[in-house]
Design a protein around this ligand. Structure first.
Ligand code: PLP
Length: 400
């Protein structure tokens, strides 16, 4: 039986290769950091493509806290929450996350992918509606697919388009629930959602607001709470989803934070919570330490923002086209246009000691290929200047 499937799978794999869309993974021979060692050739390169915004991925205090949590609480729970229950460290993390984000309660998941897969179905039925940004993360799209609510999509971060869809949704569902779903920061270009306008429209059309803040938690806003703080909307967002796998240490794990009743219902009904294992104690301990570090000092946030300003300014001075200069985010896309050029540039950058990845169709629009770089608090100004010089050199070689 398998022979037939094998052949057709082989054909699909060949198709992926031929269309230039094959993703090959590099092996890293060091901890995640501003500079990493690649297994191939044992070369050290500047890492410009990690979500390690605050430089915490190899932080010694976090590693120590995670080890201690493992010593105290064991390696794993071997159970979902509703069967064996939780440990104090899970409870503590839920309380601390709620406090940090300024939300009423928090429920932990194995990943934010699961959090987004969990959040819609228990809250919305076929009589309700979800109005979703066209550039939302894949996990939001999948979460919406798992839920029976009517679906509406609006052009990325376009408040007029959102209003049109809300009007339609309200007409269609009558007194049913409506939920607006958006990323806080859109990861392909670092654009920040217009949460103020979104919350205004939510009030006007009596909708709930759900924000996925994976690329903002820990550093956006005055105290690093995220996009809702940056946009001065802390009490207006009903649901915030996020990850421990990016700025907050970068291990794994996710959560839904929000209104008390919403979280309570998710504990009763969310399938990835009911049918998937509890977060490992080590990750709880590490994440708690990450939150502590961020609450104790603004040093890492300050460094991230000064690094971001430096990198964006220097690239602009060298004549590169960088979107989002009016609202800078550490995601810094260098626009190239052509997919092949982006791939060639990425390879040449690596030859010059800079690790950054090209993104092209279908991940971004046709003709909008780019190299996406991400600044970290862990970078030194010298690292960033070296990266800028590599871009200048590679542009001259590849030509764009
Ligand atoms: C990374 C990311 C996720 C997934 O988070 P994990 O915890 O890695 O599963 C979800 N949404 C957005 C916007 C992300 O960037």
């Amino acid at each position: 039986m398998y022979q037939q499937v094998k052949e057709s799978l082989g054909a699909t794999l060949e198709e992926i290769r031929e269309s230039g869309l094959w993703k090959s993974e590099r092996t890293i021979a060091s901890p995640q950091s501003a500079r990493i060692v690649l297994a191939e050739g044992g070369r050290e390169v500047i890492n410009m493509c990690a979500n390690n915004y605050l430089g915490l991925s190899d932080n010694e205090d976090i590693v120590k806290a995670a080890s201690e949590a493992m010593q105290q609480w064991g390696y794993g729970l071997s159970s979902v929450r509703f069967i064996c229950g939780k440990q104090e460290i899970h409870e503590q993390l839920e309380v601390e996350v709620s406090q940090f984000l300024g939300m009423e309660d928090t429920i932990l998941f194995a990943a934010c992918f699961d959090a987004n897969g969990a959040v819609f179905e228990p809250l919305l039925t076929a009589d309700d509606a979800i109005v979703s940004d066209a550039l939302n993360h894949a996990s939001i799209i999948d979460g919406i697919r798992l839920c029976k609510a009517k679906r509406y999509r609006y052009a990325n971060n376009d408040l007029d388009a959102l209003e049109e869809q809300l009007k339609q949704a309200r007409a269609d569902v009558g007194s049913g629930r409506i939920m607006i779903a958006t990323d806080g920061v859109f990861s392909m270009n670092g654009t920040i959602a217009h949460l103020g306008g979104i919350c205004d429209l939510a009030e006007k059309y009596e909708a709930l607001v759900m924000v996925d803040d994976c690329h903002a938690t820990g550093f956006m806003g005055q105290t690093g709470r995220g996009t809702h703080e940056f946009r001065d909307c802390i009490d207006r967002v009903d649901i915030l989803t996020g990850t421990f796998g990016k700025a907050l240490g970068g291990a794994s794990g996710g959560y839904v934070s929000g209104r008390k009743e919403i979280i309570e219902l998710l504990r009763q009904r969310a399938r990835p919570y009911l049918f998937s294992n509890s977060l490992a104690p080590a990750i709880c301990g590490g994440s708690l330490k990450a939150l502590q570090i961020l609450s104790a000092s603004t040093e890492r946030r300050d460094r991230l923002w000064s690094n971001t300003a430096y990198f964006r300014r220097r690239l602009t001075e060298e004549g590169f086209s960088i979107p989002g200069m009016d609202e800078p985010h550490p995601i810094v896309p260098i626009m190239l246009g052509d997919a092949k050029v982006a791939q060639a540039a990425s390879a040449k950058l690596l030859d010059n000691g800079v690790y950054a990845i090209g993104f092209f169709y279908p991940v971004v629009a046709q003709g909008a290929a780019r190299i996406r770089t991400q600044v970290s608090a862990g970078h030194s100004e010298a690292d960033l200047e070296e990266a800028v010089q590599a871009f200048v050199k590679v542009r001259a070689e590849v030509g764009w």
